[in-house]
Design a protein around this ligand. Structure first.
Ligand code: SF4
Ligand code: SF4
Ligand code: FES
Length: 322
């Protein structure tokens, strides 16, 4: 079957902006992957097309790109389902949220810098000279929740909505890697790690859009790892951050009134930080003028006892465990 591949081309030495270029190829569409087709285009049509690949088996993580708008591995993407869903033209673009090097290849340095920033190795309890035996048992291994399956392909980073607007955000891959060591009972640096991860650009910058979970080819579920890191931080007393204050204030209001009281939330979150509370005043005035300020006093719901029983049973964020 003759398929059209529309590839994003960009040569920084020649082009001012990226553009699409079409290549037509006869392929056995049921058994050919997008990576197979790209390799053929490079071998048979244009040897200058740039892209990364190695294992061709979804192991090395080097062939991530955006195929028909999906952030995925080219070696794992069969052409058949793509043309069934999108028609006989397959559009291929480089990963997003990373600078393009050439055509479909991106610069990975920002990605690796963030992975390095979370200290992606075990810091043995008692220091490097400790002779204590470190064993990861089957039971303690279950705490890792599959994060050690990450192949560092970057598909999650490409899809991340928070990174699009905050390039400094550590991002899903680095945070999943960070969780891998926070959850490892052999690691001796939990406190230092969590302190670092709760700074600006850390765990609280995730908007929980779930994109990283949807695109991950290894079911690592980075967003779930980020949620566990948040819980771990609150459990360990790292509660004086805007994100932690939001969660603890939110749940405390629901515990008291049975529902969220948006009129109380900013004051409850920020009363220890008057400057930050005052900074919200212009927005509050604008909302008041437009009739959008919710009343700060609500009578508790009739079902408040049942809700408090739930809190009695499940606790509050500071008592939750990973
Ligand atoms: S978490 Fe998944 S998508 Fe992200 S780098 Fe690891 S394997 Fe790739
Ligand atoms: S859930 Fe968070 S980390 Fe994952 S893609 Fe969305 S904003 Fe990024
Ligand atoms: S070539 Fe290795 S993951 Fe695709």
């Amino acid at each position: 079957m003759r398929i059209t591949f529309s590839l994003q081309r960009f040569d920084p030495e020649r082009d001012h902006a990226p553009h699409q270029e079409e290549f037509r190829l006869d392929v056995a569409w049921r058994s050919t992957t997008v990576l197979d087709a790209l390799i053929r285009i490079r071998q048979e049509v244009d040897p200058t097309v740039a892209f990364r690949h190695s294992c061709r088996s979804a192991i090395c993580g080097s062939c991530s790109m955006v195929i028909n708008g999906r952030h995925t591995l080219a070696c794992k993407t069969l052409i058949g389902p793509e043309i069934e869903r999108h028609g006989p033209t397959i559009t291929v673009a480089p990963m997003r949220n990373l600078p393009v090097l050439k055509d479909l290849a991106v610069r990975m340095e920002p990605f690796w810098q963030k992975v390095r920033a979370v200290t992606p190795w075990l810091e043995q309890a008692g220091g490097a000279s400790s002779t204590a035996q470190a064993v990861l048992t089957k039971e303690t291994r279950s705490h890792l929740h599959n994060v050690d399956a990450c192949i560092l392909c970057g598909a999650c980073v490409s899809s991340c909505s928070s990174l699009e607007v905050s390039p400094g955000f550590l991002g899903p891959a680095a945070l999943a890697k960070a969780y891998r060591f926070v959850a490892d009972p052999r690691d001796g640096a939990r406190s230092r790690r969590l302190t670092m991860l709760t700074q600006p650009d850390g765990v609280w910058d995730c908007t929980r859009c779930n994109m990283c979970v949807e695109v991950c080819p290894k079911d690592v579920q980075p967003m779930e790892a980020i949620v566990r890191l948040r819980r771990a931080a609150i459990t360990d007393g790292l509660t004086d951050t805007i994100g932690a204050r939001h969660i603890t204030s939110f749940t405390e209001i629901v515990r008291q009134e049975g529902r969220l009281n948006e009129g109380r939330l900013p004051a409850q979150m920020l009363w220890r930080h008057p400057a930050a509370l005052l900074a919200q005043l212009p927005l509050a005035i604008k909302m008041f003028v437009r009739g959008k300020v919710p009343l700060p006093w609500h009578p508790p719901l009739d079902s408040i006892r049942a809700i408090r029983r739930l809190f009695g049973r499940w606790g509050t964020p500071s008592s939750w465990t990973n």
